[in-house]
Design a protein around this ligand. Structure first.
Ligand code: GLV
Ligand code: MG
Length: 346
């Protein structure tokens, strides 16, 4: 393990110093676009004000013959579009692919000062983060990038899940992690053919009742992994996200999956087609009534200690801390969303 004194030293002479705290931003959805698809690229300027993060995808779902066009398309979009406060991310190809070295070098050398976060797929352990960390520092130094580009890991292999805590603490460049349920299902040899969501056979059968039909209560396939990822991320100051939900015909199931992730501690999810943007906004923005109640808790206990009764409910230091999480998030969301700002009463 690296000496604690060296942890925040730049990995290349002339590279920007690693951040000690993540930028404070609402990142309720990471909206994916395919940069080789001209129709999709033409819609980017309209999408910028609607989403918190736009991500140019270079990895899975981009055909092998379009990988280079996608990379060039992403660089061009980054050059010409004004992203304002909206985050600009890319998902590069995985580290054993023939495209990743050019993905990293061309993107950082040409638009390194516009890119906020590089998403790295199929991360197996801290060694993958160390590799990207080092090469990013070298390129930042070489091409005068003045803010460190952050790394977001996809948790989508059994090995990655096993090593999740070491991945979280591998570098001060770590931004967070997303659950990748499709690759993770394949890696674990789960018997499913889906991109996220539940499965009708994964459940608990209620006890026998004489002669009566018994109900199978469906369970969340992703509960264990999301909870493990949330603990690894939050204990290291990183942000956890749910990844993709592939059944575009079932918005209710998408919303339920996003909501489980939100309640367990995730701050956002991927959105793969426009109707999922509204779902992510609904789920990952705190509820108006909950925020108003949380504000009353903070007002009733200005220094966060002691006890108070509000509407017959006991409040103490622990509920004050929960209320603060909700109100802090609401303030971030209010910056991007005037309607919710009014609802929250800021
Ligand atoms: C995402 O990349 C996934 O594999 O689910
Ligand atoms: Mg994947």
């Amino acid at each position: 393990m690296k000496s604690p004194a060296d942890f925040y030293k730049p990995l290349a002479i002339g590279a920007p110093a690693p951040l000690r705290e993540l930028p404070v931003k609402a990142e309720r959805m990471i909206h994916f676009f395919a940069p080789h698809n001209a129709k999709m690229v033409a819609k980017i300027p309209d999408l910028v004000p609607q989403v918190d993060v736009l991500l140019g995808n270079l990895e899975d779902a981009i055909p092998a013959e379009a990988k280079e066009t996608a990379r060039r398309g992403f660089i061009e979009v980054a050059r010409v579009v004004d992203f304002g406060e909206t985050g600009l991310w890319t998902r590069v190809n995985c580290l054993n692919s023939p495209w990743v070295l050019d993905d990293i070098t061309e993107i950082v050398s040409q638009i390194g000062n516009k890119l906020d976060v590089m998403m790295l797929p199929k991360v197996e352990g801290p060694w993958d983060i160390h590799y990207l960390d080092q090469i990013l520092a070298q390129l930042e130094a070489r091409y005068d990038v003045n803010q460190p580009i952050l790394i977001h890991a996809i948790l989508e292999t059994a090995q990655g899940v096993k090593n999740v805590e070491a991945i979280a603490t591998a570098s001060p460049r770590m931004h967070g992690m997303s659950l990748g349920p499709a690759d993770l299902a394949a890696s674990r040899r789960m018997k499913t053919t889906r991109v996220g969501g539940g499965h009708p056979f994964y459940g608990v059968l209620e006890d026998k009742k004489d002669g009566q039909d018994r109900t199978l209560f469906q369970q969340d396939l992703w509960h264990y992994t999301v909870a493990k990822m949330v603990d690894a991320c939050v204990s290291s100051g990183l942000k956890p996200f749910y990844g993709p939900f592939g059944d575009f015909s079932d918005e209710a199931a998408c919303e339920a999956q996003f909501r489980n992730a939100f309640l367990l501690g995730c701050v956002g999810a991927w959105t793969l087609y426009p109707p999922q943007i509204g779902i992510a906004k609904r789920v990952f923005s705190p509820d108006v009534n909950e925020v108003r109640f949380a504000k009353r808790i903070l007002e009733a206990m200005p220094d966060g200690t002691g006890a108070a009764m509000i509407d017959g409910k006991m409040q103490d230091d622990a509920t004050w801390k929960q209320a603060k999480v909700i109100v802090d998030l609401a303030r971030l969301v209010a910056i991007r969303d005037p309607l919710l700002k009014e609802g929250y009463g800021f």
